[in-house]
Write a protein of this length. Structure first.
Length: 115
């Protein structure tokens, strides 16, 4: 059974940091892209950051300079370091793993930025 599991969410004050992790199960034959989306209440899901198996990255304009995505191919794991967090970063963060044919999603982890 294929699984994608996120961890590391939580509550933090504005200006704080959090690190999200996401691991895809080893029975996925070949993972190309991995990354993060987020969805705030009442809003559509939006792309946050992506990384290829060659470690090329892309970010939403709203997080550039504050978030960093990284990946360990041997562990099928992707990380999202989030610094200088703002209240508008509050959302459920979803990880995905894109394989040859399918895209696998995690269940999401809540990030809340509030004073």
């Amino acid at each position: 059974q294929v699984q994608v599991v996120e961890s590391g969410g939580g509550s933090v004050q504005p200006g704080g940091s959090l690190r999200l992790s996401c691991t895809a199960s080893r029975n996925i034959y070949r993972i190309y892209g991995m990354g993060w989306y987020r969805q705030a209440p009442g809003k559509q899901r939006e792309l946050v950051a992506t990384i290829t198996d060659g470690h090329s990255t892309d970010y939403a304009d709203s997080v550039k300079g504050r978030f960093t995505i990284a990946r360990d191919n041997a562990k099928n794991t992707v990380y999202l370091q989030m610094n200088s967090l703002k209240p508008e970063d509050t959302a459920v963060y979803y990880c995905y793993a894109r394989a040859v044919v399918d895209v696998y999603w995690g269940r999401g982890t809540q990030v809340t930025v509030s004073s």
